[in-house]
Design a protein around this ligand. Structure first.
Ligand code: IPE
Ligand code: IPE
Ligand code: MG
Length: 243
């Protein structure tokens, strides 16, 4: 018997390629986003069986507002429907033990519609006691904006005399990010053939292993997650040290 393969505690997933998936089928881009939601559910259900503690999905970036308003509206409508669907399947989700959290700039008065924010807060409250797996969904999320917001709060506390700038630590900054309290992502998966992070978990991914694939997100299967985790298991994580 070989050694048990390490399972990443926290996996980040950039759900990319929905538009191209639809285009290849001669369908409107929105159909790709819909198929992307199914892949999201499939991968949540599978990851939990592997013992992954936390999954963070990139669903909508701060830069995605640049898209045509029809597409943005269609995506917001999908969030609405997805939240309603999760609410309808409350008991099933209770059993699964997912703690659902949304990360991003989700303040009142921001660009995310009010009713979507309300549903988000309700979903978070209803699942807050669940402990089997944390599912973070990044909406109106940007890594640079996240770091800037944390830095602003620290600056304010310095001006208020609560903190000394020279005494600030990495932990102080990390503690002000949306992912405070969670382990840093061990593995970041980006399908769709793009080789970039697109403003995803910039601080947190300092030592993440990156895994890229040409698969389009709606086609992503449990076997692809297995492949990513198997590759991860073969990486040597040195964190600057020597082995
Ligand atoms: C990812 O798929 C979903 C969002 C960014 C909201 P895309 O919509 O970016 O799909 P492609 O990259 O155009 O294929
Ligand atoms: C990254 O995908 C954001 C999400 C998947 C939510 P994009 O499609 O927005 O990334 P770029 O524009 O190709 O970098
Ligand atoms: Mg894309």
């Amino acid at each position: 018997m070989g050694e048990a393969k390490p399972v990443p505690r926290h996996i980040g997933i950039i759900m990319d390629g929905n538009g191209r998936w639809a285009k290849r089928r001669g369908l409107p881009r929105t159909f790709g986003h819909r198929a992307g939601v199914e892949a999201f559910e499939r991968i949540c259900d599978y990851a939990v069986t592997l013992g992954v503690e936390c999954l963070t999905f990139y669903a909508f970036s701060t830069e995605n507002w640049r898209r045509p308003p029809e597409e943005v509206q269609a995506i917001m409508e999908l969030f609405r429907r997805q939240l309603d669907e999760m609410e309808r399947r409350k008991e099933e989700n209770e059993r699964k033990g997912f703690r659902i959290q949304y990360i991003g700039a989700l303040d009142e008065g921001g660009p995310v519609p009010q009713d979507v924010l309300r549903k988000i807060r309700q979903m978070e409250a209803e699942t807050s006691a669940k402990t089997r797996m944390v599912v973070n969904i990044a909406v109106n999320y940007g890594g640079q904006q996240e770091i800037l917001a944390a830095a602003r709060r620290l600056a304010r506390r310095c001006l208020d005399g609560e903190l000394e700038p020279e005494a600030l630590t990495e932990e102080d900054l990390a503690g002000g990010l949306y992912t405070a309290g969670l382990p840093a992502p061990d593995l970041i998966i980006r399908p769709s053939g793009e080789l970039r992070l697109s403003n995803f978990l910039l601080w947190q991914s300092a030592y993440a292993e990156l895994w890229f694939s040409d698969i389009l997100w709606p086609d992503f299967q449990p076997a692809d997650l297995d492949a990513a985790i198997a590759d991860y298991g073969r990486r040597q994580r040195r964190f600057g040290d020597i082995l």
